[in-house]
Ligand binder design. Structure first.
Ligand code: FAD
Ligand code: 8RB
Length: 452
């Protein structure tokens, strides 16, 4: 966009907003960012509890684009695989990748947000804290922000909505043009609990893993923090037994843990108060038919496509959105062309990762300890080794590679069919017809493109 007005206004200095501001400011754009909360560098990060996120290759690649990868990885904890905790207390590490070059990273949301806000400011973006978007006059090009007990009008060229799942900009856009918005609730919720360090200051569980307690209809997970704590998330249905209807207070939670998560129970000293004081989160997928309002506004990240958490890709996808939007904005077209091209590129990919995230809940809670699943997984690894240029496990395509999510979804479907056909009726890989399988891999799967 080689014109005079390379100016944009970003709503939200969360994960996507702060990264996008950095990317655009580095490319010479004038960027204003308005954030509802106060400056976390002054106030300390709001939210208090240590919440961690899994960072994977897509997110890391976006951070590299902003030169923020080193600062983030400095405080990250490597997770090599899922540590499955069985009902009898035994554990098994299932590696995510081939070696330590294929891992995911547990990072603190608060620290990450601080790092990105510093990067945005250093790159020249103007940040405005305590400014909540209230309403937008699209005809006059004026957005009204509330803060410090006053209303602050701001004349904009275009608005970018990085204001999260409850996006105020999305509702303002929806008043001008129908966005075809639909929210699908999962019917399961979550509760966060904490595992502190031992008295000697050590991790109470294997530090370099994402822990999973699969229990069929529900599960717990735990991610390590660099202060040597773990954040545990209990996922339960909203109704049925057990559910957030039957598990109401701390005593109910203790009884559930004693029965189903017995090895975790002694590690969570504040189970009752964590359960009673922390809010129960809801889980939903947000679908929109349109993400932009001509050249005046566009949505990205959770504001455009909130998803369930089970692939750990919400932030990773939001970061990938930021790089894509910055690239489209660097083209020769006007803002409307860039926004439309961004939406056309990213919406099919958002739909694919939303679907894969829903599918991964079933895999995590019900299949990681299932014999058919483990056999298919064993075959999948062998095929990936025999055909590194064609066959990559879907988890690896999503987590360690950067091919479009929609491509990973489609290739994953073809691979799954092959795995199911080849293992049907078997309980081991003995007697597998490798010649047939090798030929089918070549016939059904085109070579994987390199992503350098
Ligand atoms: P957000 O990060 O939510 O940022 C929105 C920002 O907008 C906030 O700063 C907010 O204060 C601000 N804002 C809101 N309304 C207004 C307004 N009206 N005016 C001005 N500012 C406003 N993803 C992963 O990839 N891996 C994980 O392991 C993972 N774990 C997660 C764990 C938890 C507990 C949760 C809740 C989410 C997790 N996610 C994870 C998802 C990830 O957090 C989101 O996908 C990601 O934060 C989306 O970024 P965003 O910038 O779109 O939204
Ligand atoms: N949002 C994650 C994975 C995949 C792990 C695997 C899963 C908690 C809320 Cl549930 C979950 C994964 O397949 O073995 N990678 O990263 C992160 C996850 O949950 C995060 C911490 C989370 N996200 C609301 C709660």
């Amino acid at each position: 966009m080689g014109m005079t007005s390379r100016h944009l206004t970003i709503v939200g200095a969360g994960l996507a907003g702060a990264l996008l501001a950095t990317l655009l400011a580095k490319r010479g754009w004038q960027v204003d960012v308005f954030e509802r909360r106060g400056d976390p560098r002054v106030l300390g990060y709001a939210g208090g509890r240590s919440i961690n996120l899994a960072l994977a290759e897509r997110g890391l690649h976006a951070l590299r684009n902003a030169d923020a990868d080193a600062a983030v990885l400095d405080k990250a904890v490597m997770m090599r695989g899922r540590m499955v905790h069985f009902l009898d207390g035994s554990q098994q590490l299932q590696r995510y990748g081939r070696d330590d070059s294929e891992v995911i990273w547990s990072i603190s949301r608060g620290e990450l947000n601080l790092t990105l806000i510093d990067a945005a400011e250093a790159a020249g973006a103007r940040l405005h804290f305590d400014r909540r978007l209230d309403h937008v006059d699209f005809d006059r090009g004026i957005a009204h922000f509330l803060g410090d007990g006053a209303s602050h009008p701001h004349a904009f060229t275009a608005l970018v909505g990085a204001d999260g799942a409850g996006s105020a900009l999305r509702s303002e856009m929806g008043k001008c043009t129908p966005l075809g918005e639909r929210t699908e609730f999962l019917g399961h919720g979550y509760k966060e609990l904490e595992i502190p360090p031992t008295i000697d200051g050590d991790f109470q569980l294997e530090a370099n893993a994402l822990h999973i307690w699969p229990r069929g209809g529900y599960m717990c997970i735990a991610l390590p923090n660099d202060e040597r704590t773990f954040t545990v998330t209990l996922f339960l249905p909203n109704e049925g037994d057990p559910s957030f209807e039957t598990i109401q207070d701390g005593a109910d939670a203790r009884a559930l843990f004693a029965r189903d998560f017995a090895d975790a129970l002694p590690l969570i000293p504040e189970l009752e108060s964590d359960f009673e004081n922390n809010p129960t989160g809801t889980l939903a997928t947000l679908y929109l038919e349109r993400w932009h309002l001509d050249g005046r506004a566009v949505l990205l990240g959770d504001a455009a496509h909130a998803m369930v958490p089970f692939h750990g890709q919400g932030m990773n996808c939001a970061f990938e959105d930021c790089v894509a939007l910055a690239n489209h904005l660097d083209g020769d077209g006007d803002l409307e062309t860039a926004f439309a091209a961004f939406e056309a590129e990213r919406r099919p990919n958002a739909l694919a990762i939303q679907a894969m995230a829903l599918e991964n809940y079933l895999e995590m809670r019900a299949r990681v300890d299932d014999a058919d699943f483990l056999l298919q997984r064993a075959l999948e690894r062998q095929l990936a080794e025999r055909h590194p240029g064609r066959f990559a496990p879907r988890y690896a395509m999503v987590t360690f590679r950067r091919l479009p999510y929609a491509t990973a979804f489609e290739r994953g479907r073809v691979q799954r069919e092959l795995l199911v056909e080849a293992t049907r009726g078997r309980d081991s890989l003995d007697g597998i017809d490798w010649a047939w399988l090798d030929a089918e891999v070549e016939r059904r799967l085109s070579p994987l493109a390199s992503e350098a």
